[in-house]
Design a binder for this molecule. Structure first.
Ligand code: HAM
Length: 431
């Protein structure tokens, strides 16, 4: 290569750090997860909706809360060059769903069960199970006040884990963080507790002591764990209504036979929650073990300018679920039934028609493209994962037949099948 040529060779670009491609080898597992989730959500009457990926920044600041990690340091925020408006790539889906529900008066006539899925964006330090673009399955019940719906969503997740074969990989934690008045009182209790320990707190926690002492409980800093462990618990300070709600949730979960741990330290990282909060966790993914989290957010509609509307919901991290499925050795198969190889122009034309006929009959068929020797075509047939190679060469064209070669099962011999009997032959084989 000449120097001039070298200088003009473009460097290959890489994806943005923490943002992943989902390649065809992995995609079947993703599609399996999406299909299974969709089926389970529909079973409970949740209807699909899709919102924009970009929303006005104040939507997230007002809903998630100014003193949260997400709003303080993780949002992808930019100025719209034309309007000058501040916009943000959604870091989660709840705020957008509530915005859409208010904008379109979705809950005007009756409560709504809805769900969505898609990409979310948070500028976190990437590691296994934590990415900057990640995907959530998000389920929300809008306009429901009782603990029966909190329980319904938890039970729905238990059903999803079962359908995915993950039921023995995850456990359930629940807590109540009370109503706003309970929490105001609890904040004061916590501030009074942590203040004498001020020098032992890390910088984040020192700051949170005045902004939101509840978030200190969320700290993962090992040096602070013993102080945190001895802090007073919210659950002991619940007001009567929040207490009754939590007892109700427990009764529903007990009647469904679900096993759970009451984790009095569970506070969640977003400010809109009240009363019930829950997480499903696994110990199989290292530090990023929360596969789904959610809770009740009865005040969010009002704080975004809507009518008072009690609501609850959760989101599950799809990357973490795919990792768990892989850990469990699960594979989703996307191989075609047959790979059609052909030699000669006449065979190519016949193969084209045969492939369409087989697809009409509902079979997945890959038609070889790009020419090449029979040997190289057979290699591609094998690599496709297909169960059969269907071979059309001169003899077959002459006889109106196709040679079927088994690519997976051993002990099966190659055989020739008349073309007009092939669909019946496949039907008999694939039963
Ligand atoms: P969240 O706890 O922030 O809640 O996220 C829910 C789930 O999304 C997590 O448990 C985790 O599985 C996944 N997740 C979060 N961040 C990342 C990341 N950086 N990389 C990979 N996975 C991640 C919410 O987002 C709330 N909107 C849930 C909710 C819905 N609450 C009520 N309704």
């Amino acid at each position: 290569m000449t120097d001039a040529a070298k200088n003009t060779t473009p460097t290959a670009l890489q994806a943005v750090r923490g943002m992943n491609d989902i390649l065809p080898d992995d995609a079947p597992l993703w599609l399996h997860l999406e299909d299974t989730a969709r089926r389970v959500f529909e079973q409970y009457g949740y209807r699909f909706l899709r919102m924009p990926i970009v929303e006005p920044t104040p939507l997230f600041v007002r809903s998630i809360g100014e003193a949260t990690d997400v709003v303080e340091k993780e949002m992808y925020t930019f100025e719209d060059k034309l309007s000058g408006e501040s916009l943000t790539l959604r870091p989660e889906a709840t705020a957008g769903i509530v915005r859409a529900a208010i904008q379109h008066s979705l809950t005007y006539e009756r409560p709504q069960r809805v769900w969505t899925h898609g990409a979310m964006f948070r500028h976190e330090r990437p590691q296994k199970g934590r990415y900057r673009q990640f995907h959530q399955l998000d389920v929300e019940a809008l306009g429901f006040a009782g603990p029966d719906v909190d329980a319904e969503q938890i039970v729905l997740l238990a059903r999803l884990w079962k359908a995915l074969g993950l039921e023995s990989s995850v456990t359930l934690k629940i807590n109540s963080i009370g109503d706003p008045a309970d929490r105001r009182a609890y904040r004061e209790t916590l501030a009074a507790y942590f203040s004498p320990h001020f020098n032992a707190l890390d910088d984040d926690s020192k700051r949170r002591l005045s902004t939101n002492p509840l978030r200190i409980l969320d700290s993962k800093n090992p040096e602070m764990q013993s102080i945190i462990e001895n802090a007073p618990r919210m659950l002991e300070q619940l007001g009567a209504d929040a207490r009754a709600h939590f007892d109700g949730l427990r009764r529903w979960l007990d009647s469904a036979g679900l096993v759970y741990e009451i984790d009095t330290r569970l506070v969640r990282g977003l400010d809109y929650y009240n009363r019930s909060v829950f997480e499903w966790v696994t110990d199989r993914l290292g530090a990023q073990g929360t596969v789904a989290g959610g809770g009740r957010y009865d005040g969010l509609f009002e704080s975004l300018g809507g009518k008072p509307t009690p609501a609850c919901g959760f989101a599950a991290g799809m990357e973490r679920l795919v990792l768990l499925l892989k850990e469990n050795g699960q594979n989703a198969d996307s191989a075609p039934l047959a790979y059609l190889v052909h030699q000669s122009d006449a065979a190519a034309a016949l193969a084209w028609r045969l492939a369409e006929t087989l697809r009409d009959a509902g079979h997945d068929v890959v038609l070889h493209a790009g020419g090449g020797s029979m040997k190289s075509q057979m290699k591609k047939a094998d690599a496709s994962g297909a169960r059969f190679a269907l071979i059309l060469a001169e003899d077959e064209v002459r006889d109106g037949a196709v040679t079927v070669k088994w690519l997976r099962e051993t002990g099966q011999t190659q055989q020739t099948v008349p073309i007009d009997g092939l669909i019946a032959w496949l039907a008999a084989i694939t039963i």
